[in-house]
Design a protein around this ligand. Structure first.
Ligand code: URP
Ligand code: ZN
Ligand code: ZN
Length: 455
């Protein structure tokens, strides 16, 4: 035996109970009472909660974007992940024009492998859906990447696909057991609104929000859901941030369609008021953070089970890069940080009574593993699962500051946010990678997780 975690309260998506956990060779091998084993390292978790490591379903590490590259390398991003209790990250590979799907993944895998401090998996963002790429869906799924993201925006950036491509991808995904995810916003309306605001001299961060408000996102959510229904294909909507789109998700789910919605901590904690701040550019991401009505609806959606995952869309930029847009919001690289804040924030909200701890585990770990094909090894605490474990102190007070974060970014939008409870240890496949404020893992430890296609 390598490790025994004793006396803690185990919390999974479904259960809360007191027991000890024994770990051998990176796997949970026994759960029971009074486990005493010679030679094993003992961790006393009395008074603490013992949770599955979170799985961040949505990150953009060292990704070329917005005229630069997102500021966290694979090493820095996964280091910060470990320190926030995230033991697996799903990063986005961007397929470049003419590239094959597996070719694109292998390129990123080579970059990530020597750097990853926790386990990682990929989704591929398809930007060039040739017949050959369509034919590669099955092979990509076999390779371990059965999920694809389509951007319904970012036309000028060369990332956008049209509805024809979306329809083809949905149809093919159904046939091959893959899952299509969309970034849903209406590009034409955004472009016209940007043109108008800039010509009127309205250039502050507030006009980032005004150029893509609630209805811009809602229209695209509805359109994507329409196509998913037409082909009876599963659909995953990433970073959903508006009430009207969520209402459509609820309706489609009630009708029996397989529609999954993800939201992000920044949409649950902040409102569009942040864009009125002098430093509002730091919160610029797409879709933008919406008004209070949407935030309230998102929390209700989580409680009802219509929002099934909370992931970060971690895509940070340094403050000097955000400053490119001080006088023109269109020059602000889009993206926010959150990889180290996701689990502590959601667990703190549970600790404050907004949701149950089981629900926090469900949306940050268990559902992600099930939807993207890495359960039962990931996302839960059970015999046979990977020993990706977080020890959480519900009594620890924590105030977020850039100085107690572990990424490479020089500020955080979470500065001064007060959390009730905080992770004190993170184990990745049984190895301690975070201990009470300190990263104790190593780059290269993280493994590529082959996800399985749907049945
Ligand atoms: O603003 C964002 N969300 N940046 C990252 C790319 C994306 O759209 O997910
Ligand atoms: Zn997106
Ligand atoms: Zn994203």
């Amino acid at each position: 035996m390598d490790l025994v975690i004793k006396n803690g309260t185990i919390i999974t998506a479904n259960d809360t109970y007191k027991a000890d956990i024994a770990v051998k060779d990176g796997k949970i091998v026994m759960i029971g009472h009074n486990i005493m084993l010679q030679g094993a390292e003992m961790v006393d978790a009395a008074g603490k909660y013992v949770l599955p490591g979170a799985i961040d379903a949505h990150t953009h590490l060292q990704m070329p974007f917005g005229g630069t590259t997102s500021a966290d390398s694979y090493e820095a991003g996964t280091r910060a992940a470990a320190c926030g209790g995230v033991t697996t990250v799903f990063d986005f590979v961007i397929q470049r024009k003419g590239q094959g799907l597996i070719e694109a993944v292998e390129g990123r895998k080579q970059l990530c492998d020597p750097q990853a401090c926790v386990d990682y998996a990929f989704h591929t963002a398809i930007t060039d859906l040739t017949p050959a790429v369509l034919d590669e869906f099955g092979a990509s799924a076999e390779y371990g990447v059965p999920s694809f993201k389509l951007f319904m925006v970012y036309k000028k950036e060369g990332l956008m696909v049209d509805d024809g491509v979306l329809a083809l991808a949905l149809e093919k995904s159904k046939e091959t057991g893959c899952l299509v995810a969309v970034h849903a916003e209406n590009p034409d309306v955004i472009d016209k609104r940007i043109e108008k605001f800039i010509s009127e001299g309205k250039t502050s961060a507030w006009y980032h929000y005004e150029s893509r408000p609630e209805f811009v996102e809602a229209e695209a959510d509805k359109r994507a859901i329409h196509w998913a229904k037409a082909f009876n294909a599963p659909l995953y909507i990433v970073h959903l941030a508006n009430k009207e789109g969520l209402d459509e998700v609820t309706k489609a789910k009630d009708e029996g369609y397989e529609i999954y919605a993800e939201t992000c901590p920044q949409y649950l904690h902040f409102t569009n008021e942040v864009y009125k701040r002098e430093d509002g550019r730091n919160w610029v991401c797409s879709p933008p953070i919406k008004a209070q009505e949407s935030q309230t609806a998102l929390w209700e959606g989580i409680k009802r089970g219509d929002i099934v995952t909370v992931a970060t869309d971690h895509c940070p930029f340094q403050s000097y890069e955000k400053d490119w847009g001080i006088n023109n919001f269109t020059k602000i690289p889009n993206g926010c940080m959150g990889i180290e804040n996701l689990y502590p924030y959601m667990l703190s909200e549970a600790n404050k009574g907004r949701i149950s701890f089981n629900k926090a585990v469900e949306v940050c770990a268990a559902n992600v593993a099930k939807i993207f094909g890495c359960a039962p090894e990931k996302g839960t605490i059970a015999v046979g699962a990977d020993a990706d474990i977080v020890i959480y102190d519900p009594d620890k007070k924590f105030i977020v500051s850039k100085d107690n974060m572990h990424s490479d970014v020089d500020y955080t939008i979470w500065e001064d946010v007060e959390l009730k409870g905080y992770p004190v240890m993170t184990f990745s496949r049984g190895k301690l990678v975070y201990n009470n404020g300190e990263f104790v893992g190593e780059p290269g430890w993280g493994r590529f997780i082959k996800c399985r296609p749907r049945k």
